[in-house]
Write a protein that binds this ligand. Sequence first.
Ligand code: ADP
Ligand code: GLC
Length: 486
Amino acid sequence: MSYRVLFVTAEYAPLAKTGGLADVSTALTRFLHRRGDDVRVFVPLYRRIAEQRLELVPVEFLQGLEVRLGAHVYPYRVLTGIAPGSDLALYFVDCPALYDRPGVYSSDADEHRRFLALTRVALDCAQRMGFAPHILHCNDWHTAFGPLLLKTAYAWDRLFAATRSVLTIHNIGYQGVFGAEHAAELGLGAGDALLHQDDLRAGRINSMLHGVLYADLVTTVSPTYAREICTPEYSLGLDPFLRARADHLVGILNGVDYDEWDPRHDPYLPVHFDADDRAGKAELKRRLLAQLRLDAGPATLLFGLVSRLVAQKGIDLLPPVLPDLLSGHDCALVALGSGEPGYEEFLASLQRAFPGRVVFHRGYSEELAHWIEASCDAFLMPSLYEPCGLNQMYSLRYGTVPLVRRTGGLADSVAPYSPAHGSGTGIVFEHFDPAGLRWAMEAALALWREPAHWQRLVLNGMAQDFSWERQGALYIDEYRRLAGPG
Ligand code: ADP
Ligand code: GLC
């Protein structure tokens, strides 16, 4: 009962990460590998990976190759190597013309070709390796043309006769739309007729849409988000197509990689703790407050925020709520993130307005992210939408109470605390408006003042288990439904 899986992704932690896609690609493929599945992961050799001095070895029979996308021909070769912390060998696509650039993503005119090339190369290399996958597993818009390519350009090859395709939607907010003048680059031949014709006439091609239309199975990263994206409010236009494929759409909540995120052995922390003895957490809070020169003590409710600073994350709700709250209560905030300049500026100005009460670290820091999860008392995730969200699940394990809006994976992983029953793991608000967030933060402050309740809430959260052993098994169920017993 093991599967051959061709897994294609734009991000892989810790090598190339901008968000949760990286964490999930890594954790899911490691889970498959541990289980004994033959999983071959294809990722671009971005400049930032090339600079990491991993010991990469050229794959002998995957050298001096080229991938043709319409009139564009890109020379490439494939290197293999082990990512830190695992013995799973990855396949890195070394194509400097496409990947030797500063970031993982770009706003360059050939952005769609960067990932179309990745998808094509993965399939071409499977052919050269004689690797007949049971499952082609694609992720987000970047590799969403995989299923259609399998049904057209690669349909002739018996190697793929039994291959079934899966598209996992991590975020429907990014759909990879590009101009119809690039249609020939897809290399579909007569399969062009399978492109969405109204879009073509309107001059555009939507990558995610074609994954939705042609994947044998579409998954997304929580059951609630699977329902939400079937509605116009959440789908950014794809809901009619998703509803039409409702029988082939499933929501599977992401797991947490507890090797990386566990206060009992977190390598970023000098002090460890667990549910039975949380003295280490208090000590970490003391050290963080001192290090950041915050004028706050053990009785101050310390809120944490680690986020891409984009509208999705609900940052718009903060300006109307935080200044009042910080003036009127014994609370403080440590925020880490980067993104839209307006949001960065708001957090920087909050720090100026509340010296000693607010620290904003602009940028990306794996270490500080772990410190915030471990040291804070509560974690803010007031998302506008959230396909899954990982930080609220990390927070639970670290005894940091998640304060979330009831949407997507937040709704599926955080249960509202009920003082009457002592049940629930976090503070949950319903409506996306400042009043909702204000209510939730005040509820947190009220519970904080009642140590018996706060302790119950913390311990309920720490007892949760979102391990990949559980969540990954749900992917295996789907693989089995698609490809048989393996
Ligand atoms: P998304 O993928 O939408 O950004 P997730 O909650 O799924 O949201 O995953 C975000 C991941 O990225 C988490 O592992 C989080 O700790 C990390 N992250 C986000 N911003 C930063 C940052 N500025 N520094 C360090 N880690 C960050
Ligand atoms: C996306 C979503 C996030 C999810 C992550 C991993 O980036 O925004 O909610 O957790 O993908 O699936």
